[in-house]
Structure formats: C-alpha cells, structure tokens
Design a protein around this ligand. Structure first.
Ligand SMILES: Cc1cc2nc3c(=O)[nH]c(=O)nc-3n(C[C@H](O)[C@H](O)[C@H](O)COP(=O)(O)OP(=O)(O)OC[C@H]3O[C@@H](n4cnc5c(N)ncnc54)[C@H](O)[C@@H]3O)c2cc1C
Length: 381
C-alpha cells in the first residue's frame, strides 16, 4: 500500500512515522519546510488537564511517547513536567474545574482541585487575590516543538519519501474513492491520503469535495525578561478567564501567550501577520502584572511571533476516514502538538487495520458538526 501524507508538521510527521513502522510505503508532501508552520510557533505545552474524555485520553495516550522520546527517537526535546496550573475568578468555571478533575482522575490523570489559599505552594509568584479556584497536575509540562519535529523527521526510515517545497494542488477522487494527489511536478498515485495540513486542512478537504469546519485563528506569543525571574520549575499557569498564560523559558525568562484580548477573525493561512503586535504584548504583560509578581514595570519583551490554531466549533480535532481513501487528522484547536503522538498511531491503525483502537475516537468524526458537535472543550487558551 502507498499512502500520501499531506503536511510536514508534527501531526503529519507522527502519522508518517507510525505508518512506516507498519511497513507501509509513505510519501510525505510538505509545501514549505518540515515543521515550519504552526508546529514551530507552538508553546510546546503538554497536558492532561482537559474537560472532555476524548481530549484527556489523547493526552494520556501521547504522554508515554513524550516521556520516552529520547530513548525512542534519539533527540532530547527538553520535556519538563513542571505542571499546569489553571486559575479562575468565576464560580461557574470553578464548578467545571471540580468536574474536570474528577473526569481527569477517572481516566488515569493525577489532577487536584485547589482553593486559592493553596495556590502559592504550587506557584509562589502568583497573587491569589480574586481567584476562587485552581487545578493542578504534576503530569503536565512542555517540550521544544522544533526538537520534537526534528526527532520524528530523523526517525523516518527508507519507507518514507519526504518531498519538501511540494504543495499538493489537488486530491484525485475516482468513483468516490481517493486515488492520489497532484503536485506541480507529478501525479502521485496512492491508496490512501492523509490530510495533516493543519490550518490548511479545510482547503485540502475541499479539494476532495469534503467540507471541514476548520478555521485558522491567529494566536500570539512573547518572550519576556521578567522583572522577577520565573523559576525553571514553575508551572505553566493559565488565567482561564482571560486566556492569558505564561511558563518558564530559560534562565528566568518567560513565554507568555494565549487568546488574551484578541479579536478572533478567521485568517487566510497564506497571508496572516506572523509578527507579534507590541500593543498586545504591552497589554498582556500589564494584565499579568496584576496577578503575578513577575511582570513588574522593569519587564522587557525580547521577541515574539504569531501563529495559527486550526479551530473547530467544539475545539476537538477530526480524526476519521471522511471519504474512502481520505483520512483527516486536523482541527486540533491549539492542542495539536501534544496530541500528535497518539494521532499518528490512530491514523496508522485506521489505514492498516481499518479502525482505530488506541483511543476511542468514535466521537471525532466530521458528521458530528451537523448534530451540533461535542461538548465544547473549555480548558483552552
Ligand atoms: C501561538 C501558538 C501556541 C500553541 N501552543 C500549543 C501548545 O502549547 N500545545 C499544543 O499542543 N499545541 C499548541 N499549539 C497548536 C499546535 O501548534 C498545532 O496544533 C500543531 O502544530 C498542529 O500541527 P500540524 O502538523 O497539524 O500543523 P502544522 O505544523 O501547521 O503543519 C501543517 C503543514 O501542512 C503544510 N501544508 C498545508 N497545505 C499543504 C498543501 N496543500 N500541500 C502540502 N503541504 C501543505 C503546511 O505547510 C504545514 O507545514 C499552538 C499554536 C500556536 C499558533
């Protein structure tokens, strides 16, 4: 069998790797460079604290691969499990936190519900005033997305042909079944095509006549030299009410990001503004200075960037054979880096075995949107 994977981000790389492990011949087509789009713009967060069963399960199925990445792939991805701390000032969100913690622990997580008085034990730099609840899990943390992409890319064996600077311009469908793709240089015949095109996944689907409600949304990140350094063992901390988060970078620096203060129009993935907006950075740091000790007036912004989330209406991906011969693995809505390991395995199972088994992903089909979608994932920034 020959499979074409479209997209050389972390999801496409993981799919190609898992397919090749099953001795399937793979061609990976990437219109730019490997890992050069959302993957390299990610904050690298890896967490088990989600609000829905399927997102928690995707995390728990991915975590062993992140934990053993260096042994398996020979690259140290700087995976640091310093925890994730979610904060809220809203009683309704606090009630959701309680339910989320129960669900996370039922599925195999190690989450805790915290009262504000307990916060500073987990993150000494946080001012608990105003917050009514928090959750924490020591399983959570972050890694370097560039190194992870590099690890997967290096591990692709001789069974994978990697074509960079190769856009897929059409998906060929014959008698209702996918038979290959067109690139500027050639027709590539394939029994299966995997749409792992991230923010472009909807465009790919349209080539095969499939409507995927996956919208590219711009998100920003800044790297700051905080007035008070952020310790290397501080958790990734999210104010869920505003969508603002920060985590330690190296040497006391902080990575700050989230949908804080953002208008949320759908972007053209080919021409969106990839630079950080300084007004946004100033407002984000000013807000963060109100609830942490780190970002006082001496804080400086070192650099920043913007990237795209591929967002679905319920903040869950589509992982499904949507048409005979076309498997979609996209729409991760801001958590596709961390879910890539499990996703690659699931896509390989769909292609090789006819159905997925690692995680029950029956709810991730694209027809769910006609029925209103899943319970929305609310633990997102
Ligand atoms: C600011 C920011 C912070 C984030 N933080 C986190 C986080 O903390 N944790 C987390 O898990 N996720 C995070 N994400 C989300 C994460 O980056 C994405 O979910 C993940 O990278 C998706 O990987 P991908 O391979 O699907 O997409 P991409 O990395 O975008 O790869 C898709 C690839 O498809 C290629 N492509 C598109 N069209 C074609 C075509 N026609 N032919 C050939 N190739 C094509 C593109 O060039 C691209 O390289 C963040 C994203 C952003 C923007």
């Amino acid at each position: 069998m020959h499979v074409v994977v479209v997209g050389g981000g972390i999801v496409g790389l993981s799919c190609a790797h898992a397919l090749a492990e099953r001795d399937i011949e793979v061609t990976l087509c990437e219109r730019g460079s490997i890992g050069g789009e959302s993957t390299q713009r990610s904050a690298g967060g890896i967490r088990t604290q989600f609000a829905t069963r399927v997102n928690i399960d995707l995390s728990l199925a991915s975590l062993p691969i992140w934990n053993e990445f260096e042994e398996r792939f020979g690259v140290d991805i700087a995976h640091r499990q310093t925890g994730y701390l979610f904060l809220t000032r809203e009683e309704t969100t606090a009630a959701e936190f309680r339910e989320n913690v129960v669900l996370q622990n039922e599925r195999g997580g190690q989450s805790e519900y915290l009262d504000p008085s307990e916060l500073t034990a987990y993150a000494p730099g946080i001012n608990p005033e105003g917050f009514v609840a928090a959750t924490y899990s020591p399983l959570d943390g972050f890694a370097d997305p560039n190194l992870a992409a590099q690890g997967y890319a290096q591990a692709l064996g001789d069974d994978v042909t990697v074509l960079t600077k190769t856009p897929v311009e059409d998906i060929v469908v014959e008698n209702g079944t996918v038979s290959g793709v067109e690139t500027p240089d050639e027709h590539i015949a394939a029994e299966m095509v995997v749409d792992a095109a991230g923010a472009w996944a909807g465009q790919l689907g349209a080539m095969a006549g499939v409507d995927l409600p996956i919208e590219p949304k711009r998100r920003q990140i800044l790297i700051a030299n905080p007035e008070t350094p952020v310790p290397e063992d501080a958790p990734l901390t999210i104010d869920l009410d505003t969508g603002l988060y920060f985590r330690p970078e190296r040497e006391g620096q902080a990575l700050v990001g989230g949908h804080f203060g953002e208008a949320d129009p759908t972007q053209d993935p080919g021409s969106y503004d990839k630079t950080m907006d300084f007004d946004w950075a100033t407002a984000a740091l000013e807000n963060a200075s109100g609830w942490t000790d780190h970002f006082g007036p001496e804080t400086t912004v070192k650099r920043g960037w913007a990237g795209l989330y591929a967002v679905t209406p319920d903040h869950h991906p589509v992982i499904e054979e949507v048409l005979p011969g076309l498997v979609v693995a996209a729409g991760f809505s801001g958590h596709g880096f961390q879910h890539a390991p499990a996703t690659g395995q699931l896509v390989a199972e769909i292609v090789h075995d006819g159905e997925p088994s690692l995680v029950d992903i029956g709810v991730l089909g694209s027809d769910r949107f006609e029925e209103g979608g899943l319970r929305e994932e609310t633990n997102v920034a």
